[in-house]
Design a protein around this ligand. Structure first.
Ligand code: DP6
Length: 400
C-alpha cells in the first residue's frame, strides 16, 4: 500500500446548460428521477462557468464550503448526497484492481470553494453548473473516473446535463434506483459551428418560485404536465434529435419555442398557478415571432426557464441584425457600451421595412444586457495551481 497524502487540492470548471426539451417534474424527489427525458445545449465556459476548488487534509477539523467568497452551509442534503456518492465510487474503485499511487484518506475533512464568472443575481441557472463542477472536482480529488452524471443528478436534476459538452440528452430511465437515469451526448459542441446563443437578461424582480418546489406542485396538480410527460415529450425528443443531427434550424428553432411555451403552459396549469414569464418576456416572444415572420422563416428561437430571462438560439449570420433589433426595442438605460457582452457582435443597419414591421413601441431599460455565447465543452480540469480558489492553508485566497 502506497503512503497516504496529507493534503490534496484540485480545481475544475463546469458549464451552464439550457434545455430545448424541458425537464419539469420528478417521479422520485430524493433520487431526483424525472418524469420525462430532456435535451439541452451546453453553453461555452468562456462566457459562463463555475469554478470549484476542493481540498482534503489531515489537518482540517471540519468540512467547510465557500460560495462566491462567503462561507455557506456544507450540510445541505443534496451536497452531502454528492459527497457520499463520490466517496462510495472511490471506495469501490480502490476495492477493485485499480491501485492509486498515493491514495487520499476518505475520512479527511474537505474544504470546497466555488465561484461563478457571472453575477448570481442575473438569475441565470447556476445550480446546474454548480453541482456539475462540485462533482467533477470531488471525482478528481478522489481519483474517480467514468460515469458521473448520475452523481451530479443528485445535486440538481439539470446538473447531470452539464457533465457533457455540446448537445446532451438526460434519459429518464426506468429503474427505481435511478441507475439508468443518465446524461448522454447527442452531438459534440463542434457539430453545429454556426449555432449561437444570446441571453437577454431582463431587468427587475428576482422573486420566483424555486424550480424544485414549483415542479413538485406541478406534478401534484397539472393534468397537462402528465400528458406532456407521457405523450408529448417522447415524440418531441425523437424529432429534436433529428433536427440537431441534420442541423435543421427551422425544425430545431420551432420545436425549441413550442417546448418552452408548453413548459410555461404547465406552470399556468399548476394550481395555484406559477408565473415565470413577465411582460418583458412576452414582449421578447412577440418580437421573435415578428422578426421570423418578416423574414419568412425561423431565424431566431426563444426559450425560457424558471425566470423571465430569454435565451435566444440563432445562427451566426443573424446575430448582428437581431441584436440591433433588440437594442431598438429595448434601448439601454445606462452604460450602453456594456449592453452587449461575450463574443463580439458586428454592427448592422436595419432596413426601414424591417424596423416598421418588427420594432413596435420601444421599452427603455427593460433589458439589462445581452450575453453572446455559443455551444461549448463539458467540465474541464484546471492544472495551473495559481488558479486554485483555496490556498495552501485550505482557506479562500484573497482576490483582488
Ligand atoms: C426549468 O434542475 O433546477 O430549468 O432537479 O429540483 O434541482 P431540481 O431542478 P432544476 O430544474 C430545472 C428546470 C428547468 C428546465 C430544464 O433545465 O430542463
Amino acid at each position: 500500500m502506497a503512503e497516504e497524502r496529507a493534503f490534496a487540492v484540485v480545481t475544475c470548471t463546469a458549464p451552464v446548460n439550457i434545455a430545448v426539451i424541458k425537464y419539469w417534474g420528478k417521479r422520485d424527489d430524493d433520487l431526483i428521477l424525472p418524469i420525462n427525458s430532456s435535451l439541452s445545449v451546453t453553453l461555452h465556459q468562456d462566457q459562463l462557468k463555475t469554478t470549484t476548488t476542493a481540498a482534503a487534509s489531515r489537518d482540517f477539523v471540519e468540512d467547510r464550503l465557500w460560495l462566491n467568497g462567503k462561507e455557506a452551509d456544507v450540510g445541505h442534503p443534496r451536497l452531502q448526497a454528492c459527497l457520499r456518492e463520490v466517496r462510495r465510487l472511490a471506495r469501490k474503485r480502490r476495492g477493485g484492481s485499480a491501485e492509486d499511487a498515493a491514495p487520499l484518506n476518505l475520512s479527511y475533512k474537505i474544504h470546497i470553494a466555488t465561484e461563478n464568472n457571472f453575477p448570481t443575481a442575473a438569475g441565470l441557472a447556476s445550480s446546474a453548473a454548480g453541482y456539475a463542477c462540485l462533482v467533477s472536482a470531488l471525482a478528481r480529488l478522489y481519483g474517480v473516473e467514468g460515469e458521473l452524471s448520475e452523481v451530479a443528478r443528485r445535486g440538481s436534476g439539470s446538473a447531470c446535463r452539464s457533465m457533457l459538452g455540446g448537445f446532451v440528452q438526460w434519459q429518464r430511465g426506468e429503474r427505481p434506483d435511478g441507475r439508468d437515469s443518465l446524461a448522454h451526448q447527442v452531438a459534440p459542441e463542434t457539430h453545429w459551428p454556426e449555432l449561437r446563443v444570446l441571453i437577454l437578461v431582463v431587468s427587475g424582480e428576482k422573486k420566483q418560485v424555486a424550480s424544485t418546489a414549483g415542479m413538485q406542485t406541478s406534478v401534484d396538480t397539472s393534468p397537462l404536465l402528465k400528458h406532456r410527460a407521457e405523450v408529448v415529450v417522447p415524440e418531441r425528443l425523437a424529432l429534436m434529435m433529428q433536427h440537431i443531427r441534420e442541423r435543421d434550424f427551422e425544425g430545431f428553432g420551432q420545436l425549441t419555442m413550442k417546448d418552452s411555451n408548453q413548459f410555461h403552459a404547465t406552470c399556468l396549469d399548476t394550481f395555484p398557478p406559477i408565473f415565470y414569464l413577465n411582460d418583458i418576456s412576452r414582449h421578447i416572444i412577440s418580437l421573435a415571432h415578428r422578426f421570423n415572420a418578416h423574414h419568412g422563416r425561423t431565424k431566431v428561437a426563444y426559450t425560457f426557464d424558471a425566470g423571465p430571462n430569454a435565451v435566444i438560439f440563432t445562427l451566426a449570420d443573424t446575430v448582428a441584425e437581431f441584436v440591433e433589433v433588440v437594442r431598438r426595442s429595448f434601448p439601454p438605460a445606462t452604460n450602453g457600451d456594456q449592453f452587449v457582452r461575450g463574443l463580439p457582435v458586428g454592427s448592422a443597419s436595419l432596413p426601414e421595412e424591417l424596423l416598421t414591421a418588427v420594432v413596435m413601441e420601444p421599452v427603455p431599460g427593460a433589458i439589462q444586457y445581452i450575453l453572446h455565447t455559443k455551444p461549448g465543452p463539458g467540465p474541464q480540469p484546471v492544472d495551473d495551481a495559481s488558479q486554485h480558489l483555496l490556498g495552501a492553508d485550505g482557506l479562500p485566497r484573497c482576490r483582488s
